[in-house]
Design a protein around this ligand. Structure first.
Ligand code: FAD
Length: 341
């Protein structure tokens, strides 16, 4: 890359700080936003700079206060009826407006459906680069202060680290579950700054009439309990058993790739390198051997219980509780015990 021209160097030096765009729906923040604030805090401390949050929505001041508790120094709050439901145009307009005014050097967004849509629109309007779907984020120390945004590439066969050398802000969207949120501290000091005013409903072509929840939708990202099954489950009927356990524990059902590829369960349930990264409080792995591609997706879980009939299965190395036995006997016993309590 050729050295910067004086004009480019000027643009680079004008930008400072890290901004996380917080995602919320009807006042309920997505956990990926707090995870990104946690990672943003680590990066900001490394650079010796401030961490900002941007909260867009309607009647969402409590979310801005939460952003401070989760590590932001400043939370910009754009509270506007036009932003009540997510729509690309007003959300990207508001985000671009704040980014142009505050000039952060790095902007981070969760790689959810909404975040992917928003990040692309914002990067396009700012004419800057976007590294999408990252699983690692780091920074080079000053003077370069470059964001090192890494993501799997070439069918997950290698990790690509992408640098955005000449444009600001440097933008990345990051996968839910890969970074750890800081424990929220309601006594943290920080400022909530109200911004905005330029949005007009009549400028927005799209109207949201209603969101219809898919009854089969799986939300592994925010689940506190996941009961996951692998090849050892033996077939779709084995997953019925896991569903019962998940139901009594108030959790969701996860799966390894072979179970998905065998057609026993939908791909939305897959955990691992090519599936989702999860961080529940409790992960119960049933009939899963513990291949590294599965482990990368779930080893951040707080408590791991493994059920496997092989005493030396690799999953037991990461498990807090090891149950050696046939899952078709162990899982019904767990269901009965959970119901009894
Ligand atoms: P197996 O390895 O076959 O293990 C089955 C386990 O069940 C065994 O340990 C066995 O002892 C136990 N068992 C059998 N019967 C019973 C029973 N009745 N009771 C108790 N235990 C029993 N895998 C993922 O999961 N997620 C990914 O995202 C992913 N991405 C990949 C990406 C790439 C590029 C590649 C190359 C591979 C990927 N894989 C992924 C596949 C991964 O390498 C493993 O093949 C896979 O995780 C193994 O799944 P499993 O544990 O269900 O099956």
């Amino acid at each position: 890359v050729p050295p910067e021209t004086p004009a480019e160097a000027q643009v680079l030096s004008e930008h400072e700080g890290i901004l996380v765009i917080v995602e919320q729906r009807l006042g309920q923040a997505r956990s990926v936003s707090w995870q990104l604030l946690g990672q943003g805090r680590r990066l900001a401390d490394k650079l010796g700079t401030k961490l900002m949050a941007l909260v867009l929505g309607y009647r969402v001041e409590p979310v801005a206060r939460e952003a401070i508790a989760y590590g932001a120094d400043v939370a910009y709050l754009w509270d506007d009826p036009v932003l009540e439901r997510y729509r690309t145009r007003p959300y990207s307009e508001a985000a671009v407006h704040v980014i142009r005014a505050e000039k952060p050097e790095i902007v981070l967004v969760g790689a959810t459906y909404t975040g992917r849509d928003l990040a692309g629109a914002v990067a396009t309007r700012l004419e800057t680069g976007l590294t999408a779907d990252c699983t690692l984020l780091d920074v080079e120390p000053p003077p370069t202060r470059l964001l090192q945004a890494s993501r799997p590439a070439f069918s997950e066969k290698l990790m690509a680290t992408i640098l955005c050398k000449k444009r600001r802000p440097q933008m990345a969207s990051a996968r839910p579950g890969v970074f750890e949120a800081l424990p929220p501290d309601p006594n943290r000091s920080g400022r909530v700054v109200r911004v905005g005013s330029t949005l007009r409903e009549e400028d927005v072509a799209a109207r949201v009439l209603d969101f219809i929840q898919d009854p089969d939708r799986v939300n592994l990202e925010d689940a506190t309990v996941i009961v996951a099954g692998g090849r050892g489950v033996g077939g779709p009927q084995g997953f019925q058993l896991l569903r019962q356990l998940a139901q009594v524990l108030g959790g969701e059902v996860g799966a390894s790739r072979p179970a998905v590829e065998a057609g026993w369960i939908d791909r939305a349930h897959q955990v691992g390198q090519t599936g989702q990264t999860v961080r529940p409080k409790l992960y119960i792995a049933c009939g899963i051997s513990g291949a590294v591609q599965h482990l990368v997706g779930m080893e951040g879980s707080q408590v791991i219980v493994a059920v496997n009939r092989e005493p030396d299965a690799p999953i037991f190395r990461v498990a807090d509780y090891r149950i050696v036995g046939d899952l078709h006997q162990v899982v019904p016993a767990l269901i009965a015990e959970a119901r009894r309590r």
